[in-house]
Design a protein around this ligand. Structure first.
Ligand SMILES: CC(C)(COP(=O)(O)OP(=O)(O)OC[C@H]1O[C@@H](n2cnc3c(N)ncnc32)[C@H](O)[C@@H]1OP(=O)(O)O)[C@@H](O)C(=O)NCCC(=O)NCCS
Length: 146
């Protein structure tokens, strides 16, 4: 499956995929507001049902991955890797100098994904993520130069 631009008719699917991936789901409306912002872009995989997506925001030459999720039934098939790779290409084409993200320290799958895509840790935010059960979790701040 090849990533393509995320569309407004993907938003219900994106909310479903997000809810299956995170403790704090984002609604289709919230995802749509991000996608509609002029500095944002999104990519999705899967048709007619969305299997995964990435949302990014570009601010003053630096871009941020806001969220990335793959449907549990479609994981370990390289979909996230393809989404991150194409987001890097898209940001580079826009003239972005670097791509940043935050990832929870208790998420080795995502950390492995990002390290494989060339991101390196440049910071740590203590207690950044609230968890439904247990204490807050630190976030790694990761960066990849483009
Ligand atoms: C993290 C996530 C996006 C990965 O999606 P995916 O499509 O399964 O990932 P890929 O198949 O493209 O895997 C790419 C690499 O990521 C790492 N990885 C992915 N899933 C992994 C797992 N369960 N355990 C360990 N490493 C994993 C591996 O390095 C993998 O490369 P490999 O298959 O050659 O070993 C997915 O598990 C997910 O949606 N998780 C919940 C939401 C989330 O954590 N989002 C990121 C928050 S910053």
């Amino acid at each position: 499956m090849i990533p393509r631009p995320l569309r407004t008719d993907d938003l219900d699917g994106a909310a479903r995929v997000h809810a299956a991936a995170f403790d704090t789901p984002w609604s289709a409306e919230a995802l749509g507001e991000i996608l509609a912002a002029h500095c944002s872009f999104g990519l999705g995989v899967g048709a007619p049902e969305l299997c995964g997506f990435i949302l990014c925001r570009d601010l003053a030459g630096e871009a941020e991955i806001l969220t990335l999720a793959v449907d549990p039934a479609f994981r370990r098939r390289g979909l996230a890797q393809a989404l991150v790779r194409d987001a890097i290409d898209r940001a580079a084409t826009m003239g972005t100098l670097a791509l940043f993200l935050e990832v929870a320290t208790d998420n080795p799958a995502a950390i492995g994904l990002y390290e494989g895509a060339g991101f390196r840790q440049v910071g740590l935010r203590r207690g950044y993520y609230a968890r439904a059960l247990g204490p807050n979790i630190d976030a790694l701040v990761m960066r990849r130069d483009l």
